[in-house]
Each structure stands twice: as C-alpha cells, then as structure tokens.
Design a protein around this ligand. Structure first.
Ligand SMILES: NC(=O)C1=CN([C@@H]2O[C@H](COP(=O)(O)OP(=O)(O)OC[C@H]3O[C@@H](n4cnc5c(N)ncnc54)[C@H](O)[C@@H]3O)[C@@H](O)[C@H]2O)C=CC1
Ligand SMILES: O=C(O)C(=O)Cc1ccc(O)cc1
Length: 311
C-alpha cells in the first residue's frame, strides 16, 4: 500500500524537504501542509513546498492517509492533540523528531485512537525555516523507524517504502536504542559544539576578532553546528535527557583521561588514542559515508538548500 495523501504539520527544514521530495519522487501522491506561523505558510506557498498549504491544521489532515509531524520535539504533543478528531481513523501518524522515546509517548498520548509509527531521518543541516528545505535532503541518508510493539506490519512496510522512495536507507530499531545511539552520534557532538563556541567567545585574553580570524577548519565546523536552531536543540536535550547524560558522563571520563595524559606527558597514550580515532574515520569513508564529498546525498540539490538560519 502506498500513501496517496500526505499531510505535513510544520513546514520548516524537515517538513519543506519532505513536501518537495514527495513532489519529486512520489508524483502520484498529493501533499498538503500546515504551519502555525502565518509567514511560514506564506513562504511555503511561494516555494511550492506542498500542493496545498492549508490555513488550518484540521484542513491539512482532513483526507490524509499519512500525517507527519515536523515540529520541534517539545511541540509534538501540542501540535497533535487538537487533531485527534480531524485525522481520519485509518490514517497513519508519524514524525521526524530527533529523539524518539519522549516524542513517541507524547504522540501516542495525544492521539490514542491512531497508529503512530515514529521515525527520524538522520539528515539535516544547521538551517531551519521554510527556505531551508530541499528535495534531495534524504538521499543516501539513514531514516530510523521506531515502531511500537505490536505494530501493523502493512502500515510499517508502507512507511519504510515511503522513506525509501524519498531516497533514504531505512533501519528499524527500538526508541530506547535510537536515543542511546543518537545521544553519542548527534546530540553530544552538538552539545560540544555549543560549548566550545561559547567558550571561545567568552575568553578574556583572546579577542572575538582573533577567534574568527584564526579559526582553523575544526573550529569552523563547530561554529556551523553551533548555529543550529536553539528551540529545536533545547528540546532535543530535554527530551533525551537520560541518554545524553549517560553519554556525557562517559565522554567526561575519557576527556579526563586525555587531560591526564597531556599533564603527565604520556605521548604514547595520546598517539594510540589518535591513531584509533583516525582508523574510525577511515572506516566510515570506506563504507561510503564520507559526507565531505561535494555531491554526497545532494546530487540533485534544488538550489534552495542554503536557507536562512533562524533564531
Ligand atoms: N534540523 C535538522 O537538521 C533535523 C531536524 N529533525 C527534527 O525535525 C523536526 C523539525 O525540525 P526542523 O524542520 O529543522 O525545524 P524548523 O524550525 O525548520 O521547522 C519547524 C516548524 O514547525 C512549526 N511549528 C511549531 N509548532 C507548531 C505547531 N504546533 N503546529 C504547526 N507548526 C508548528 C514552526 O513554525 C516551524 O516552521 C524536529 O523535531 C527536529 O528534531 C530531524 C532531523 C534533522
Ligand atoms: O547539520 C548537521 O551536522 C546535523 O547533524 C544535522 C542533523 C540534526 C539533527 C538530527 O536529528 C539529524 C541531523
């Protein structure tokens, strides 16, 4: 079964990209959308992010067979609850939130009469808003689906096929495991970036100008990540608190070990550690996941990808 009427709630980076990707890769499907912000609705209409941008969420979902919530993690429940009666009974509900356990619980509580199969496309940028989306965002990227147990197999398969049609590689896992893995691969790196950019800008003996002038590649990469949307990332950390704190504890222990190696002059420990991490990077490239390749996942980029950073 393939979806023929997809409704997107929240028309920023994720919602806009899904709308454009559906129109490009699933041309037989109709896509409607809604955003709480009138200016975003107007811009979404101008950019053609959906076939129809509705003036109410109820109108957007009225004939949907798939509704995808693309709002910040902390807004999922509030966005879904008023739609309990408006979403058709047979309609599958999903989302794209960066954490899964808390969001799955919020959506299930808001929509107790519907089947909710949460998902997380591990694909994004530091940009947000209706100008940030592009059709090829999901190509060659992972989308993690975290079905409830038990789950309607036909609907699950349809959702998997939907994401595959948009170009994603789909992996299925539990929400708990998702949150643990993403805490170390995505959430902690963002926390580190937010910290180091803040630290560099707060120094008394180094000027802001010097930080910008002498920022080598590594620091520049941190500043890109630290430009990510504050609302979304506040919500990510609050909604994946336990797993992030677990990983942060491990990270702090490992950092302290390196700190000690520097203090006592243990070059062998430093060298061994750096050699091990270099090997990890090289194995990622060998697996074809080198996103420093200019065309990686973006070969049919629609030119609108570099949207404004909000906030
Ligand atoms: N930014 C990224 O790189 C990625 C984000 N995600 C997840 O995708 C979701 C959306 O993120 P983005 O698209 O980046 O954010 P965004 O800020 O670009 O878009 C979110 C949109 O939701 C709208 N919104 C907020 N509350 C609403 C409500 N109650 N009803 C309708 N619209 C509402 C906002 O006005 C905004 O336009 C988040 O849950 C995030 O965790 C997942 C993968 C990557
Ligand atoms: O821009 C980057 O480097 C990202 O890491 C994008 C991103 C942000 C949040 C997600 O849940 C998944 C991907």
């Amino acid at each position: 079964m393939s979806f023929t009427q997809v409704a997107i709630i929240g028309l920023g980076l994720q919602g806009g990209s899904i709308g454009l990707a559906i129109q490009q890769y699933l041309p037989e499907a109709r896509v409607t959308g809604y955003d709480l912000d009138p200016a975003t609705r107007a811009r979404a209409t101008e950019r053609g992010l959906c076939h129809t941008v509705s003036e109410s969420a109820e109108d957007a979902v009225a004939s949907a067979d798939l509704v995808i919530f693309c709002v910040p993690p902390g807004a999922m429940g509030a966005a879904a609850a008023p739609l309990r009666d408006a979403i058709p009974a047979h309609c599958l509900v999903s989302d794209v939130g960066s954490s899964k356990k808390a969001i799955s619980a919020a959506l299930a509580e808001a929509l107790p009469d519907h089947l909710v199969i949460p998902a997380h496309p591990v694909a994004g940028t530091e940009n947000s808003g209706p100008d940030a989306g592009f059709a090829s965002l999901f190509r060659n990227r992972w989308c993690i689906v975290t079905p409830p147990e038990p789950c309607d197999l036909l609907k699950l398969t349809s959702l998997v096929h939907f994401w595959e049609a948009l170009g994603a590689n789909v992996e299925i896992m539990s929400a708990e495991h998702h949150d643990l893995v993403l805490a170390v691969t995505s959430h902690l790196p963002h926390l580190i970036a937010y910290t180091i950019v803040g630290t560099a800008s707060d120094l008394e003996d180094v000027t802001q100008g010097e930080v910008i002038k002498y920022s080598a590649g590594g620091f520049r990469d941190f500043t890109r990540i630290a430009a990510s949307d504050p609302t979304m990332w506040r919500d990510v950390f609050l909604s994946n608190k336990d797993a992030v704190l677990t990983m942060l504890q491990r990270f702090t222990e490992d950092l302290t070990a390196l700190q000690r190696a520097i203090r006592v002059g243990d070059g062998e420990q430093l060298f061994d550690h750096f050699a091990r991490t270099r090997a990890i990077r090289r194995s990622i490239i060998e697996e074809g996941q080198d996103d420093s390749r200019p065309d990686f996942g973006r070969s049919d980029h629609d030119g609108a990808a570099r949207g404004k950073t909000k906030g």
